[in-house]
Design a protein. Structure first.
Length: 129
């Protein structure tokens, strides 16, 4: 993972806890999503992780706020979630409230990231057929 000054600058607008947990979460995402691209969206106040420029190529987003930190999943409604980590009522997306270091390092979170990557691969393959 490379440190991006723009990302650090963006995250520095939030509490130290949100800043530190965001950096830890980025490490987990880069470790589990090979070749992922990181794109900051300042107006939307989020960092997107995707494999292209299309919305359908997005895997997840880090969403910092004054209240805390969320990890959002594109098409999260379709992801298996046996440990009930996902929250939200949107038509497509779901998120996890990130509250601790243990949660960031949890096998359940890693499994959810892997499931999101698998879902992305299936979406892309279905578009190509």
């Amino acid at each position: 993972m490379t440190t991006d000054k723009k990302i650090d600058e963006f995250l520095s607008n939030y509490s130290e806890e949100v800043f530190v947990n965001s950096l830890k979460l980025r490490e987990v995402l880069f470790a589990n999503l090979p070749g992922i691209m990181e794109q900051i969206d300042i107006p939307a106040k989020m960092i997107a992780y995707c494999y292209g420029q299309k919305y359908s190529e997005m895997i997840c987003t880090i969403i910092p706020s004054k209240k805390g930190l969320k990890l959002g999943f594109y098409k999260g409604v379709d992801l298996p979630d046996p440990t009930n980590l996902l929250e939200g009522t949107g038509k497509l997306s779901r998120y996890i409230e990130i509250r601790s270091d243990e949660q960031i390092k949890s096998p359940a979170l890693k499994k959810l990231i892997e499931s999101a990557l698998d879902a992305y691969k299936k979406r892309i393959n279905s578009y190509r057929q």
